[in-house]
Design a binder for this molecule. Structure first.
Ligand code: FAD
Length: 318
């Protein structure tokens, strides 16, 4: 079922959803199930599965020369989605990127999803590969997520890349896109970022999931701004509990979000990661309860492959 249908059917109740990462190459799929199993009692209507593009690594060969090698550390997004739908009967949402994909790759990926009865996709640009500063699309690929949304919407209308195809069938994907209450790191201003977010909706996206935030005011202000700009689709908040002391620096660096002073002080005063984890859980419970009280239909948790803290939060909120 489409995310937008799930939201319509929720009848004002806030639903619990979460995102998982494919396991590192070489690990068994059971490691994913072990993290999903404890969360199923909270009846998630859908589970997102991230996509991880290839990375370049340099390996030393003879004479001290370096050999550039392409590796994909977390393959398996589509397979995991199929396995989730099969095992739990819950909608799985694969993330799909512009980065590393030609338009042809994208089309073939979408054909696979369609054949697997996957109804939703999260369309993203992706980040620059680690060895580069700026995002570079494939030669025959998309530069922005809005272009990817347009291709998916074309397929929903039976328009494939080969325009000589006869009687081509239409897909029926519900398309989600990302948004950043504290602005995407490359955007010159929040207004500019919202302008391009609107473009993704115009091209066919029907719901939004936000980057994590630790101050609900940032989310509420962002939603107000989007509504003023005429964006009417659901804006699902993304939440992540802090789990280690180190994340105090890692999260702002990696995700370009601010942490409130109160949270920073609490974490700094923790004597170890166990205490920091508890502070993270309690902070996230408070955020979740406030969002729930405001009538937000879906809360989306970034599990980062670990379910125990998400379970502790869900137990208090849902
Ligand atoms: P876009 O919407 O294309 O925006 C990128 C930047 O370009 C923004 O600054 C925007 O303002 C600007 N822009 C957009 N259109 C135009 C235009 N026409 N002209 C000029 N500027 C423009 N990454 C992964 O690798 N795998 C994942 O599974 C994944 N899942 C994610 C899930 C969520 C909910 C979120 C919030 C992020 C996720 N990401 C993931 C990270 C995401 O790929 C990066 O944040 C990426 O840098 C931007 O992706 P986007 O889809 O928001 O890009």
């Amino acid at each position: 079922m489409k995310v937008t249908e799930h939201i319509k059917r929720s009848n004002g109740e806030t639903q619990f959803t979460f995102e998982i990462l494919p396991p590192l190459k070489g690990q068994h799929i059971q490691s994913i199930f072990d993290n999903i199993d404890p969360l199923m009692e909270f009846n998630p209507p859908f589970i997102d599965v991230t996509y991880h593009r290839e990375e370049y690594v340099y390996k030393e060969v003879e004479n001290g020369l370096l050999k550039k090698q392409v590796v994909k550390k977390r393959p398996g997004t589509v397979g995991i989605c199929a396995a989730i739908q099969n095992k739990y009967g819950v909608d799985a949402i694969p993330h799909i990127l512009c980065g590393g994909f030609t338009k042809e790759d994208t089309e073939n990926f979408l054909v696979d999803l369609d054949f697997l009865d996957i109804d939703n996709v999260m369309a993203l640009r992706g980040d620059a590969v680690k060895s580069e500063i700026y995002f570079k699309p494939e030669k025959e690929g998309h530069t922005y997520a809005s272009d990817l949304v347009a291709q998916i919407e074309n397929l929903n209308n039976g328009k494939y890349l080969d325009d000589e195809l006869q009687n081509s069938s239409c897909t029926n994907f519900c398309i989600g896109v990302a948004a950043y209450p504290e602005k995407h790191m490359e955007a010159p201003s929040l207004e500019s970022d919202i302008h391009f977010l609107k473009k993704k909706i115009k091209k066919g996206a029907t719901y939004i999931v936000t980057q994590m935030f630790f101050d609900n005011k940032k989310y509420f202000d962002f939603v107000d701004k989007c509504r003023k700009e005429g964006i009417t689709v659901p804006i699902i908040p993304g939440l992540k509990p802090i789990a280690t002391k180190k994340q105090l620096n890692l999260i702002p660096h990696r995700f370009h979000v601010d942490l409130p002073d109160e949270l920073i002080i609490e974490i700094v005063n923790c004597k170890d990661n166990k205490q920091a984890r508890q502070v993270g859980i309690e902070w996230c419970i408070e955020q979740s309860k406030e969002l729930q009280k405001a009538g937000i239909p879906v809360l989306h948790y970034y599990s980062m492959g670990k379910s125990d803290n998400i379970k502790a939060i869900a137990k208090e909120v849902f």
